[in-house]
Design a protein around this ligand. Structure first.
Ligand code: FMN
Length: 248
């Protein structure tokens, strides 16, 4: 099956090198419009988007994420889970306040911000732009909250560096569907699974053949490495969530 939307989705790769051409105001507005058309939990539109155009703030974001290349992106968005706006629209009674501060509404804000993120990425790619989603903005949530003057009941979720691509990275091969799409119930994976071993080989070939940062790597080893990082690194997120007024 083929369609222009499928082609865009199937051609995805994260882009981390951009030309010096900034996004126009019209392009930014188009991307935000695409995000706003995404589904939103209980039609509550519980997210906001902050464009970062101040070079000093971009430098702080580069410092937080460790991604100094974000300063040369054509545009930068920070996606925010946001119950603050709806708090100001709703009556100030106990049930409303309990809802606004609940895990359910925190998750709903995160879902909304995340779905809007993917809409921006895909809309951008359909226009020939490239981007990278950044969870690394959460490396220092208190600093980001203060940088962006975020009020209570808001939380930064993801950053998006987007612009005109100055590279076309090879596509990273994804898991075979039989390892991640099940019918009517979960299928437990054995590490000795032949299909997994073939996928490990495919990932090895990808890392050997790609244009930059070639190395020996399998998916299995990559996951072990990712999970060996110090979990305390981002343990402060829960404190920030509480400080922003959630989960009391
Ligand atoms: C939630 C999320 C957070 C991410 N955070 C980062 C990040 O902080 N830095 C980065 O360089 N890439 C980040 N990425 C991009 C992933 O590394 C990338 O999608 C993955 O390696 C697959 O590569 P591809 O997008 O080129 O297919 C993130 C992606 C997602 C979905």
């Amino acid at each position: 099956m083929a369609s222009p939307t499928l082609t865009t989705l199937q051609n995805h790769r994260s882009v981390r090198k951009f030309t010096s051409e900034p996004l126009t105001e019209a392009e930014v507005a188009t991307l935000i419009d695409a995000a706003q058309h995404a589904a939103t939990s209980t039609f509550s539109q519980q997210y906001s988007i902050i464009s970062i155009t101040d070079p000093a703030k971009l430098a702080v974001l580069a410092d937080i994420t460790g991604h100094h290349w974000l300063e040369s992106a054509g545009h930068y968005f920070v996606m925010i889970a946001d119950q603050y706006r709806n708090q100001s629209l709703a009556p100030n009674d106990d049930t409303t306040q309990a809802n606004l501060h609940s895990l359910d509404k925190l998750l709903a804000g995160i879902f909304d911000a995340t779905i809007a993120t993917e809409a921006i990425v895909t809309a951008g790619e359909s226009l020939g732009l490239g981007s990278t989603i950044m969870g690394s903005i959460l490396n220092d949530v208190p600093r980001l909250i203060s940088l962006l003057d975020l009020p209570e009941l808001t939380l930064p979720v993801l950053g998006i560096a987007i612009g005109h691509p100055a590279e076309q990275p090879e596509q990273k091969p994804r898991l075979p569907q039989q390892l991640m799409h099940f019918t009517n119930g979960y299928h437990v994976l054995s590490p000795a699974d032949q299909v997994l071993q073939s996928y490990d080989q495919l990932v090895t070939d990808y890392y050997h053949q790609r244009g930059t940062h070639q190395r020996d790597e399998t998916f299995t080893h990559h996951i072990a490495t990712e999970l060996s990082r110090d979990p305390q690194q981002r343990a402060g997120i829960l404190t920030s969530i509480h400080q922003q007024g959630w989960l009391h």
